[in-house]
Design a protein. Structure first.
Length: 499
């Protein structure tokens, strides 16, 4: 089972009612490759048989048999090597909402774990995200994110797959529904996917929603991207082949694929005032290797043979992004002044970069789930905001700023990369990077220049500190801080001192 296998189930020529069981069996053959547990196998069969009987003869607006929808969602879970609970949740995710089958029935026949996850998907689906009533929208979004931070993450992941399938079949919806679902996707579901490191999922959600939310911008970006790529294609192919041969000569086993920046994120870059010719990662050579040491050998080969931009080199292998992303980035310049970003990583890193926490769920025991979640600041940030701001309107504003908004990436003196909301300052960074040790902050330097504690940071800034033996923190820092974690740590420190 791979992405291509799933996508054939969006072709009406393949969606014959009598082929449904064949596709399910195809999915289960793949499931057996990574999970041969007979009890799990039988449980999934039981879930499929129940869903098929309850959704019998029901059809979607497109005319296809409804059961193809939960089957595709389950296929996505299997393609990510998820467990039996997740796959059963996928197959049953619409049962409580759309049929007479109750939560109690689910718990009795499939156990509490599956029942709770199906109930989670149902609650998210029923949430009213109607933006025409802003107060209700704020309340719904706030409730959703408070909920997400505390529960088993498998339910929300299945909801992301459910949303992806709905976006892939959005053409069958009425125009007003297309716009509504697309806005929700950009504002809520794509950011959740990003927060758990599921970059592949995030990008597809964004790009499926983009043409329905901003049709003219979509068509403009697509037309100009297509024209530029047609002009550059042969040169890019030459560089790709040249690097492949050079790596082979060095004995570095490699796979290189071209990645053209997706349309939605290209649009975001253009909104910031860039042009297509100045977006340094518009074209990327994704270089997959076997071992970590191969990545640095490949980097050396690139730098020996091509000009490169010093300020665009990033070591995300030793200093991963907060989403867990790991790779070496270096932007090279061809003789014709074309910029190409080399993204160098191992094959395992490439999978983690694409799937994030969902991949970790597939390789770790569920007892490690809470530990795995700690690697993603999303969960802690939402809990921090919830702890300090019970009012829904304030919670929502902080959520938009700290979780759903644009991020900057700032480096510490050790090279570690931290994600902060746009507008964050030295105080925010200090408490994120150093915890309570930030209370001893003496002087701060950004890119070698001394700055005030309230200095607003920019993307790619390098921040270093000096500290003393005495605390410099005072109550004014609470108002100066813009992130919840900084405010909480400052307040705790001040209260401890009795100020």
């Amino acid at each position: 089972m791979n992405e291509l296998d799933i996508k054939k189930l969006y072709n009406n020529d393949f969606l014959k009612d009598e082929l449904l069981d064949n596709y399910f069996n195809e999915m289960m053959n793949y499931f057996l490759i990574y999970n041969s547990n007979l009890e799990d196998y039988e449980k999934i069969h039981k879930a499929y048989d129940l869903a098929k009987s309850l959704h019998k003869d029901v059809r979607r607006k497109s005319g296809e048999l409804y059961m193809y929808h939960p089957l595709r969602v389950a296929m996505m879970a299997v393609s990510y090597n998820m467990d039996a609970t997740s796959i059963c949740t996928a197959l049953l995710h619409d049962v409580i909402e759309d049929t007479d089958y109750t939560y109690e029935n689910m718990e009795e026949n499939f156990g509490q774990e599956i029942a709770k996850n199906v109930d989670c998907v149902t609650k998210i689906t029923k949430a009213d995200f109607n933006t025409s009533n802003f107060d209700l929208y704020v309340k719904t979004v706030s409730k959703l994110f408070r909920y997400l931070a505390k529960i088993d993450i498998r339910g929300p992941i299945i909801k992301l797959f459910d949303r992806l399938d709905n976006m892939r079949t959005i053409a069958a919806m009425k125009p007003e529904k297309q716009l509504e679902k697309s806005k929700q996707t950009l504002e809520i579901f794509a950011p959740i996917a990003y927060a758990i490191g599921a970059n592949q999922l995030k990008k597809e959600l964004q790009n499926l929603a983009f043409p329905y939310v901003k049709k003219e911008k979509y068509e403009y970006v697509k037309a100009h991207m297509d024209a530029l790529f047609n002009d550059k294609e042969s040169e890019i192919a030459y560089i790709l082949n040249d690097l492949h041969n050079k790596f082979n000569q060095e004995g570095i086993e490699n796979i290189i694929k071209l990645r053209v920046k997706d349309l939605y994120n290209t649009f975001i870059s253009l909104k910031k005032g860039r042009t297509l010719n100045t977006i340094h990662d518009l074209y990327a050579l994704q270089i997959s290797l076997n071992e970590k040491i191969d990545c640095f050998m490949a980097l050396n080969t690139i730098h020996e043979n091509y000009r490169y931009l010093d300020d665009k080199f990033k070591d995300y292998i030793n200093n991963p992004k907060t989403t867990g992303y790991r790779a070496l980035h270096s932007t090279i310049i061809t003789n014709n002044e074309l910029m190409l970003q080399a993204q160098i990583r191992t094959k395992n890193m490439a999978v983690l970069n694409s799937k994030g926490l969902i991949y970790k769920l597939s390789i770790n025991s569920l007892s490690d789930l809470e530990h795995a979640k700690k690697g993603y600041p999303f969960f802690q940030t939402v809990e921090e905001i919830d702890r300090d701001f019970k009012d829904d309107r304030i919670f929502y504003e902080k959520l938009k700023y700290e979780v759903l908004g644009q991020k900057i990436y700032v480096r510490s003196g050790s090279g570690k990369v931290y994600a902060l909301p746009v507008g964050a300052n030295i105080i925010d960074f200090a408490f994120l990077a150093c915890g309570n040790r930030a209370a001893y902050l003496n002087k701060a330097f950004v890119n070698g220049e001394e700055v005030e504690n309230t200095y607003p940071l920019k993307n790619q800034d390098l921040v270093t500190f000096t500290s003393g033996n005495e605390e410099t923190i005072d109550r004014s820092w609470i108002d100066d801080a813009s992130t919840s974690i900084a405010r909480r740590l400052i307040l705790e420190r001040i209260n401890k001192r009795g100020q």
